[in-house]
Structure formats: C-alpha cells, structure tokens
Write a protein that binds this ligand. Structure first.
Ligand SMILES: Nc1ncnc2c1ncn2[C@@H]1O[C@H](COP(=O)(O)OP(=O)(O)OP(=O)(O)O)[C@@H](O)[C@H]1O
Length: 485
C-alpha cells in the first residue's frame, strides 16, 4: 500500500498554490496596465502637469526658502511683472520684491520649453482648543506639458532656484559693520558687530590712480573671487590680504569701498582700540560672514612694534562714577590685543572659518609696521597709494568737471611733476563751489593752489637748508672750541 495525497490531492494542492500566488500577480498586472492607460487617457484629455510650491513649511510654519527664491526669480525675469511695477511693489527689509497677483499667469520659456506660473492661495479652517479661524496658505503653481516633466523637475526648477539665489545675493543691501559700539550696547546686545547699510558710491571707475596699476588690482580681485576651486586645490583658505599704504587723502578708504562695490561684499571695519583682548578678537572674527572685507585702518596707530596695544589719548584719567560702567572700563583698560593675536587673526587656524574674504590693512607709515605682519602670505598684495600724477588728475577732472581734454591740462601736468598734492586736495580744488564756477575757473583754482604749494615747498626747502647750514656751523664751532680746550 502506498501512502500519499493521491492524484486528486496533488491537483488540489497545486490549485491552492496558484490561488495564493495568482490573484496578487494578476491584480498587480491589471493595475499597472490600467494605470498606464488611465494616465495616457488623462494625457490625451489634459496633457499638462502641475507642481505646487507652498509659502510655508507645513510642519514648522517657517517661510519656505524655495518659495522666496521663486518669488525673486519671477519678479526679476518677468517683463510682464516689471511693467506693472507700481501696482504690486512692497518693500521688505532687504530689497524691493514684486509679487504676482492671485491667479495671474506668467509665462516663462527656458531652453525652448514653456512653463506657466500662477500665484494661488488656499483657505484652510483651523481649529485648536482656544482658536478657531481661517488661515491662508499661499503657493506658486507651475504648469508644464507632461512630456517635459523630467526636464522641468530636473533642470528647470534647479535653474529657477539658482537664479533666485543669485538675484537675492545681488539685490540685497550690503552692510558696513563696526565693533565700535556705544558702551551701553555691551550691556544690551549679544552681537559683537553693529551695522548700517553700506552705500558708498566709490567704484573703480571713479577711483583716480595710474590706469595700469588700477587694472592690475581689478584683475587680481576678480581672479580671487573666481578661485574657490583653486584655493581648495592648493590647500589654502580662500582669503587674500591687501596692504594699502600712502599719505592721508590718497584714496585708501575710497579703494576699499570700490573693492566692496566691485565684488559686492560686506565690510567689517574693525577698530582694534575697541577690542578687549585676543579672545575678543577671535570672537569678532567668528562672527564675520563670508564674502566680506575685514578692514583695519591705520594699523600703525593700533599696535606698536612690540605688539603692545597703544592707549588712546582720550582714555584719560576721568573717574567713572557708574559702578557697572567702572567695572567694564577697568576690564577694557586691563585687556590688550597683541601682535601674535593679530597674526593669528589673519592666518591662524580660526581665520579659516568662513571663506571668500579679503583682509585689508591701511597705514600712512608702512615703515613702522612689523615685517611679520605684512609679509607675503599674510598681506599678499602691497598697494602704494601715491600723490596725484597726471593720469590720476585726468580721472578726477572727468569725475568732477566732466572733461577729458582742456588747454589748461598741460600746465596742470607740468606742475604735478614737481609738486606733491594728494588726490583729495586736487579733488577739492576741482569741485565747483557755485553755479558760476565753470571748468576753466576750477582748473585755474587748481593751478593756483599747485603754484602756492610749489612756492611753499621751495621756501620750506630753503629754510630747511638754512637751518641745516646753521646747525653744521654750530657743530663745527663746538668742535673747534673743544679742540682748543
Ligand atoms: N585716488 C582717489 N580717487 C578718487 N578720489 C579720491 C582719491 N583719493 C582721495 N580721493 C577723494 O578724497 C577723499 C578722501 O580720500 P580717502 O578717505 O579715500 O583717503 P585716505 O587715503 O583713506 O585718507 P586717510 O589716510 O586720511 O584715511 C575721498 O572722499 C575722495 O573723494
């Protein structure tokens, strides 16, 4: 006798097996087939797809970054929107943004693909224990043809967000920061820097200096700003030091403003005299942002050769009566920034926090600076801002009087060859002081002040020579007397 499930048993088992597998398989087959056809069918009737970008993140209620970038992109790239600038303009803290009216459509064409944007809103009823009310949810809706789905989701949206980022960066208001705050600020604020909007009009066009030198600096700056990968490749942090030196009024501050305007950087004007100690200096550094210029003006007045901080003349002996302020003042006077602290600030480990940064020192007396402070690698480029030469004068004449040529130019040129006058003084003479002062009057004013200066320096040279001769005579007489004795 044989034991087993038998012929019928085998068939039933097989049946049960297929029943277990097939329904699912069949259903899956059917669904995928069916869905494909349904999509095709919808595609024939309505061949477009829509993608929404909500203003607020549902979970955190924070404003969505993508929404803000799309807003920037649409407001700048839509000629249609630009036309009705007056209608929908509102000013946020940073810059002007144009918004799209509800349900208004804007068409955008990118690489031959057309998409349509609309601004929309949804009213949602909210019910919390103690709150009941409607809440408005705004969103942008992007419509495109179904066949461009991949291109739109993978390429176009990335393009919109990148452009939005660039526009945001370009249209933002730049800032001028300072660490020199009123004393009370220290008690009420956690931030080390205070700022105002930076709106200096100086540019490389208005900057008067030798054109060859100017274009060299311009190229240097532009190359720096595009060298992210290069700095990474050579293992250097992405920063560059500039030392600007020359007599007062030769345009050092104007140069810094022109640099900031060219690269669209913020400026951190660091006043070393207000920094308590090296730790404070490091904290200030950490709080600076990328794409910025850190400036220390008149560096020779802040540190002496031994690296000790100089006391401000008006620090004085005034007795502080307010006990809180007294403690603070005592603390400030007891602290100091050292040369090594400053060197660490420029190229120590901490200086690598943040990137794309320029560090600029200015001084009227380059010879007084410690060589360690200005060696290449720390201050990569040394720029001398000098007295006005003929080329410099031509830029100033164009800026202040709007002339490129004049018969008096030759005379001015000859005088500038023999007389040291700063661009600030030249600019002052060239600036018309009333409506009656025309080009000729202004140029004659400049010639007069150049001649006066030349005479004054000649007289000074004669006087110096006389004093020197007298001193030599006295020395000689003293030597003769001592010899006779
Ligand atoms: N090279 C220049 N090009 C254009 N304008 C200049 C130049 N130099 C000076 N000026 C004019 O003179 C004024 C003073 O110049 P600026 O403050 O830039 O000089 P500075 O060298 O920084 O002086 P200081 O050493 O005293 O700070 C500026 O407002 C500017 O109008």
């Amino acid at each position: 006798m044989r034991w087993g499930i038998g012929y019928y048993g085998q068939i039933i088992a097989l049946g049960m097996f297929f029943q277990a597998i097939f329904p699912q398989w069949l259903l899956d087959q059917f669904r995928s087939h069916f869905e494909k056809h349904i999509h095709k069918l919808i595609g024939y009737v309505y061949p477009y797809i829509q993608i929404s970008f909500h203003e607020h993140n549902a979970a955190s209620f924070q404003r969505s970054k993508a929404y803000a970038l799309i807003e920037r992109y649409l407001s700048t790239n839509s000629a249609h929107l630009a036309k009705r600038l007056k209608a929908n303009m509102f000013k946020d803290s940073e810059s002007v943004v144009l918004s799209l009216d509800d349900y208004e459509e804007v068409t955008d064409v990118f690489n031959g693909v057309t998409v349509w944007w609309t601004s929309n809103k949804k009213i949602i009823q909210q019910r919390a224990h103690n709150y009941r009310g409607d809440c408005e949810r705004r969103f942008y809706q992007l419509t495109c043809h179904r066949k461009h789905r991949d291109f739109v989701t993978k390429v176009y949206i990335k393009h919109v967000l990148d452009e939005g980022n660039t526009i945001t960066w370009k249209t933002r208001q730049r800032k001028l920061y300072t660490n020199n705050k009123s004393k009370d600020w220290y008690y009420y604020s956690d931030t080390l820097w205070s700022h105002i909007v930076f709106e200096h009009p100086s540019t490389f066009d208005t900057l008067a200096m030798d054109p060859k030198k100017k274009s060299e600096i311009l190229n240097d700056l532009l190359t720096f700003s595009k060298s992210k990968d290069y700095y990474k490749k050579v293992g250097k942090s992405w920063k560059r030091g500039y030392l600007l030196y020359g007599p007062p009024g030769t345009g050092k501050s104007s140069m810094i403003a022109a640099m900031a305007n060219l690269l669209e950087y913020d400026i951190y004007d660091l006043e070393l005299a207000s920094v308590m100690d090296n730790t404070d200096l490091r904290r200030l550094l950490i709080e600076t942002s990328s794409k910025s210029i850190i400036v220390i003006e008149d560096i020779d007045c802040s540190l002496d050769l031994t690296g000790q901080r100089k006391k401000k003349p008006d620090d004085g002996n005034k007795e502080e009566t307010d006990p809180i302020k007294k403690t603070k003042k005592d603390k400030k006077e007891g602290s100091e920034v050292t040369l090594s602290g400053l060197l660490n600030f420029i190229d120590g480990l901490w200086s690598a926090c943040g990137s794309e940064r320029l560090i600029v020192f200015t001084t009227n007396h380059v010879e007084k600076l410690d060589p360690a402070l200005i060696r290449r690698g720390r201050m990569d480029k040394h720029i001398e801002m000098s007295y006005c030469c003929f080329e410099t004068f031509k830029v100033l004449a164009n800026n202040y009087l709007g002339v490129e040529e004049h018969e008096l130019f030759e005379r001015v040129g000859r005088l500038l060859e023999t007389t040291n006058m700063t661009p600030a003084d030249v600019a002052e003479s060239l600036m018309p002081k009333s409506d009656e002062e025309n080009v000729e009057i202004c140029l004659n004013k400049l010639i007069k002040s150049l001649e006066d200066k030349k005479d004054a320096s000649r007289l000074k040279a004669i006087e110096d020579a006389r004093i020197k001769a007298e001193e030599e005579k006295i020395n000689e007489t003293e030597q003769v007397i001592s010899h006779v004795k």
